[in-house]
Design a protein around this ligand. Structure first.
Ligand code: MSP
Length: 532
């Protein structure tokens, strides 16, 4: 069944430090998907937010001399500002300190408790505060290090509520059998081999050693384990369990909705083992897809404040514009693989794709239409210049098809590579058809008309497909082709006559060329500056 609704989520971020380009990466990718689906006339709901409870936040706040709520309020404001600066089109922003969320977590916990999926016991083991994760003796080894982040863990013995993880394992494994439930598929195998085959231990879902969490109604000494609290955001934001659950019915409960969680590889276990189990316990359906993206790394490994290699997105947006930063994030790191941020590649990517390829094509084409045809785009005719026209026409159609297939399958980066290839082919077509020579020969009038009409069409198609990424520049390009907003609807993508007789306009330079040495130095100067 083709689904008509699309629910896409990012992880909810820890407001334990200011956002960096890695957070921007994940949210931008989710935004591009949301915008793509809206462009294809889906009903879309796009959620992001912040994960504000837990021992780590409580400790950070104390160190800063603030209450936990004051502490998170400050950082959440920076996250929200960044999403505005990056033109993120989220429909809601959920905070785990929102009352609506707290109530839902309590309700979900009570439902699980009533279903006999949770029991009171005693936890003895190891706790990693930065990861908010419990580990066994074998997992932490003789050095007592967290297997995820390799930092020292703390011995923990306390009363806690346990969730029966074996009870719903069948439901998880059945979900794994669906071809797209987890992507890339190696993540699924990793879950099976690392966690499921060795035997899942019951999960401790409450804490008593600190109080900055959702208080549990069953026992006032306990607050919810932060991961149970956090995962519930995906449905608490939709009004699950309240009298106003219209969004939940529409975007979660309904089989007509495609549910996609975008997450980083570091949190796969929570999203592909515990979250499906929690959902099964409360009788809710499971997501269609958990898409695990890679990390954006620095030359010397993971971004971290202590290494001083954190890049803040703000100065990049200020200097290069939001569209260039969005494009870089989408294109440079293939969605699903790890990538590396280097100033050299950042500058080169913008120069190569946006300045040389897209910018050049638009500026050359508009200039030629002005110079040779008084600014009027000639009527589109098929295959006037044998083989060359036909080849470009066919490439337009196949690019649209492959782009749609790739975006629908969440192969976001690959879809945009196809679009750039189409634009590069059109630049080459200019060299091959030599419009400046055709313009000198009156008998070649039809040939020149066709070249200009084909170029204008490729620009329209390429720009339309890039619109989810280039949210501002696409509008400028449409205006320079003489199109009004209604005419740029996706339904017109295959209309070869859309541009017949339109008047082109030229306004300034779309993407100014970056001086490589100067800009690389500038970006190097930013690295390590975690400010705004
Ligand atoms: N709060 C949890 C998630 C709860 S979701 C129910 C958490 N937060 S986090 O802030 O540490 O990171 C969340 C996500 O941010 C990662 O899963 C990943 O998607 C993204 N990234 C954080 N650093 C990143 C990079 N360096 N590169 C790419 N994405 C990065 O875990």
């Amino acid at each position: 069944m083709e689904k008509k609704r699309f629910y896409v989520t990012t992880p909810i971020y820890y407001p334990s430090g200011n956002p960096h380009i890695g957070h921007a990466y994940c949210t931008t990718l989710a935004d591009v998907l949301a915008r793509y689906k809206r462009m294809r006339h889906y009903e879309v709901y796009f959620l992001t937010g912040t994960d504000e409870h837990g021992q780590k936040i409580e400790k950070n706040a104390k160190a800063a001399g603030l209450s936990p709520k004051e502490y998170v309020d400050n950082i959440v404001a920076v996250f929200k500002k960044l999403w505005v600066a990056l033109d993120i089109s989220n429909d809601d922003f959920i905070r785990t300190t929102d009352e609506r969320h707290v109530k839902t977590v309590q309700k979900i916990f009570s439902t699980m408790y009533k279903n006999d999926d949770i029991y009171l016991g005693k936890y003895e083991g190891w706790y990693c505060t930065p990861c908010e994760s419990f580990w066994t003796d074998t997992q932490v080894g003789p050095d007592h290090l967290c297997p995820d982040c390799h930092r020292p863990v703390e011995k923990s013995t306390e009363e806690c509520f346990f969730f029966k993880t074996k009870k719903y394992l069948d439901s998880v494994l059945k979900w794994y059998e669906k071809p797209n439930s987890i992507y890339p598929v190696n993540r699924k195998n990793e879950m099976i081999n690392t966690f499921i085959k060795p035997g899942l231990e019951d999960l401790c879902v409450s804490r008593t050693s600190f109080s900055w969490g959702v208080p549990l109604l069953e026992n006032e000494k306990h607050v919810s384990y932060v991961w149970l609290d956090a995962l519930c955001n995906y449905i608490s934001a939709l009004g699950y369990g309240t009298d106003h659950d219209e969004l939940y019915q529409k975007f979660w409960a309904s089989e007509e909705s495609e549910i996609v969680h975008i997450i980083g590889a570091d949190i796969t276990r929570f999203h592909t083992i515990y979250w499906p189990e929690f959902l099964t316990s409360i009788g809710a359906r499971l997501p269609d897809r958990v898409f695990v993206h890679g990390l954006l790394m620095m030359k010397d490994g993971k971004m971290s404040k202590s290494k001083g290699n954190v890049v803040s997105p703000y100065p990049l947006i200020d200097r290069y514009g939001v569209d260039a930063v969005r494009y870089y994030l989408v294109r440079e790191v293939v969605f699903g693989q790890d990538g590396q941020f280097t100033p050299e590649q950042f500058v080169e990517r913008i120069n190569m794709d946006l300045v040389n390829n897209l910018g050049n094509l638009v500026s050359r084409t508009v200039s030629m239409i002005q110079k040779y045809r008084g600014g009027i785009i000639p009527t589109f005719k098929s295959n006037v210049n044998p083989s060359l026209d036909k080849e470009l026409e066919d490439l337009c159609f196949t690019t649209i098809k492959s782009y749609e297939a790739k975006e629908d399958d969440l192969h976001v980066t690959e879809g945009y590579i196809d679009v750039m290839n189409l634009l590069a082919r059109a630049n080459k077509y200019i060299e091959e058809t030599t419009p400046w020579a055709l313009a000198k020969d009156e008998s070649k009038k039809e040939n020149l008309d066709s070249v200009l009409a084909h170029l204008a069409r490729v620009i329209f198609v390429g720009t339309k497909l890039l619109e989810p990424v280039l949210v501002h520049k696409s509008k400028e390009i449409f205006a320079s082709l003489g199109l009004d907003e209604k005419e740029t609807d996706y339904n017109n993508i295959n209309n070869e006559h859309l541009l017949d007789g339109k008047t082109v306009h030229k306004d300034g330079v779309l993407f100014p060329r970056l001086d490589e040495n100067k800009e690389v130095e500038y970006i190097k100067g930013l690295m390590g500056n975690n400010g705004k």
